[in-house]
Design a protein around this ligand. Structure first.
Ligand code: ZN
Length: 586
């Protein structure tokens, strides 16, 4: 009774208040005052305050102006001078895979042979028995010695246990087995490797532990248990909330399928989706027109279906391999110095395309004809040439320049390619933190000259190509220690400083300003999913996605940019993360 009476009184007060202002004005749900709001609008304007109502930005202005929009129930946040940015848009993650993997075996970034041995030792103790021990994925570019461990080194760590170090990527799979693993799998010098596989032999004529493309010989020992659905959903929700802690309010799940989309639908239905998701669907095709059409027609949805919380994004095609594995398809041969890192001994080797030019064109033209935005994983410059050839042929069928065809990775741009991409309305999704993590190893393997324009942001931008910065996060829950680090402030720091983890700089010209880095993580990132009318900047009418930051993004010392965290993140005006005591979490 009493509370009902209070409500009536409160309503009466609100009615009186609104009677004095315009009759259609309902108070804001939330306001932020005393802030430094970086709107990231066309003029990159700044303001001191913002108001949110019904999930959208209502107004941006001075603190006094914005306070006038508050009513009795409005939440007022005093930002105490902190910077507010539009919610960050992370355009390339594999959150579902990372969440599932973490349930099975928490990811640790192992950075040296000694760390790998140490991990194996602990694992053997933790899980005694006969089961095989599989090391977490560790790319050789991120191992101090820049090589895989040897059989002997694995034996030293766990003499009696089968241990396998996996280095797998697309068409190239390398595994190192310990002696006990070779024995358990029955692999001897006489074992025949499957297909184009190879069992490497040592000087003594016996297997030295290295298997190349011979996965089937050991696959049955490496099965992973199923993850119960609720555990998986819990893990995924937890990861999405970690993204929120970094100010991320939208993600692109970058290679999924119908089941993956359904998983996000489940979270959404249970009100457990604290982030906006665009789901990229991997194109399952044999490369023929008919096969592509059959796949697309089998999908229960079409491009763009869904809503502002969860929607269907583009179709994805894998075109070449990876630069960390020596399978990116390059214009110039990998060269002499590539041997030590990749084991490539053919002086003419340039990497691989997974499909013929004809098949690439079949898939892109068919997807385009059936109304889909398309994107492709393509790392090497020659791979990009092949994709742009296909995009051009699709463009001859019907204009593609408004469809925002997206090149994913595209690590070795040049001016001519960038102009061609701009003409076709093509945009780019790329990962500066790889330069930070792998730049030194790649410079040694490919030559420093080739690193000058590696992830060359200004090559693209000066031609007018939209670029979105992201992480390609695949495994682990640590913002800076996962594979790959998903801390967007580290990513922006690298784009701004062009500094590697070692401090080295190659390609000074490719540095961008702080404003530009922020654009590439907000409004330009929104462009990739046609969301710039509703997201990516703080402007009245747009979705109220924003983050209050722990440090002054525009003016703090450069080295501190990568330490920035969110202290409060809101999606659609709803607070999804708030740091305790207003301090940034580390
Ligand atoms: Zn990826």
């Amino acid at each position: 009774m009493r509370s009902a009476l209070l409500l009536i009184i409160a309503t009466a007060i609100v009615l009186t208040a609104t009677a004095t202002s315009r009759s259609d004005e309902k108070p804001a749900d939330l306001i932020v005052v005393n802030a430094k709001v970086l709107a990231v609008d066309a003029r990159f304007s700044q303001a001191a305050a913002l108001a949110v109502r019904d999930g959208k930005f209502l107004a941006v202005g001075t603190s006094a102006e914005i306070r006038k929009l508050a009513g009795e129930k409005t939440r007022v946040i005093d930002a105490k001078g902190r910077t507010v940015v539009p919610g960050l848009i992370e355009t390339h993650v594999h959150a579902a895979g990372a969440a599932r993997g973490e349930v099975l075996q928490p990811f640790v970034q192992l950075g040296s042979i000694a760390e790998i041995q140490d991990w194996v030792r602990k694992q053997a103790k933790k899980q005694p028995g006969e089961a095989w021990i599989q090391t977490p994925r560790a790319d050789v570019t991120r191992i101090r010695e820049r090589r895989m461990p040897t059989k002997t080194e694995l034996d030293e760590a766990a003499p009696d246990r089968p241990v396998v170090f996996n280095w797998q990527y697309a068409n190239r799979q390398v595994q190192v087995l310990s002696s006990a693993a070779l024995k358990a799998a029955g692999i001897t010098a006489d074992t025949k490797a499957p297909g184009r596989g190879k069992i490497h032999l040592g000087d003594d004529g016996r297997p030295n532990g290295v298997l190349e493309n011979a996965g089937p010989l050991v696959a049955k020992f490496l099965t992973r248990p199923d993850v119960p659905e609720e555990k998986y959903l819990e893990s995924l929700e937890r990861l999405l909330r970690r993204y929120n802690e970094l100010g991320i309010t939208s993600i692109f799940e970058r290679n999924s399928n119908v089941a993956g989309y359904r998983t996000y639908e489940k979270l959404k239905a249970q009100d457990r989706l604290p982030i906006r998701v665009t789901v990229t669907i991997g194109l399952g095709s044999d490369g023929s027109v008919e096969g592509t059409e059959r796949f697309i027609r089998s999908l229960p949805f079409k491009f763009g279906d869904g809503d502002e919380r969860l929607k269907v994004g583009p179709l994805k095609i894998g075109v070449d391999g990876g630069v960390l594995y020596g399978t990116a398809y390059l214009r110039e041969p990998y060269g002499q110095s590539a041997f030590s890192l990749y084991g490539i001994d053919d002086p003419e080797y340039r990497g691989d395309l997974r499909w013929s030019a004809e098949k690439i064109a079949n898939m892109i033209r068919t997807g385009h004809r059936l109304g889909w935005q398309m994107c492709s994983h393509v790392t090497g410059d020659a791979g990009v040439d092949a994709v742009l050839d296909a995009v051009e042929s699709a463009h001859e069928d019907s204009p593609i320049d408004g469809r925002r065809y997206t090149l994913i990775h595209a690590y070795f741009p040049n001016e001519e390619t960038a102009r061609r991409a701009a003409r076709l309305g093509v945009c780019v999704d790329t990962q500066p933190a790889w330069y930070y993590k792998d730049g030194d190893a790649l410079a040694a393997a490919l030559g420093a000259a080739r690193l000058e324009k590696f992830i060359g942001l200004n090559v693209w931008r000066s031609a007018g190509v939209k670029v979105a910065l992201n992480s390609d996060h695949m495994q682990g829950f640590g913002p800076d220690s996962s594979l790959n680090p998903f801390n967007p402030f580290l990513t922006m720091y690298v784009a701004i400083s062009r500094r590697m983890e070692s401090g080295r700089v190659i390609g000074h010209d490719q540095r961008v300003s702080r404003e530009e880095a922020l654009r590439m993580t907000t409004i330009d990132a929104a462009w990739l999913s046609f969301d710039e009318p509703n997201r990516g900047s703080i402007e009245p009418g747009k979705l109220a996605d924003f983050a209050i930051l722990s440090d002054d993004f525009l003016n703090c010392p450069e080295e501190r940019i990568k330490e920035i965290r969110s202290v409060l993140t809101a999606v659609g005006g709803k607070v999804v993360y708030e740091a305790k005591n207003g301090r940034a979490e580390k």
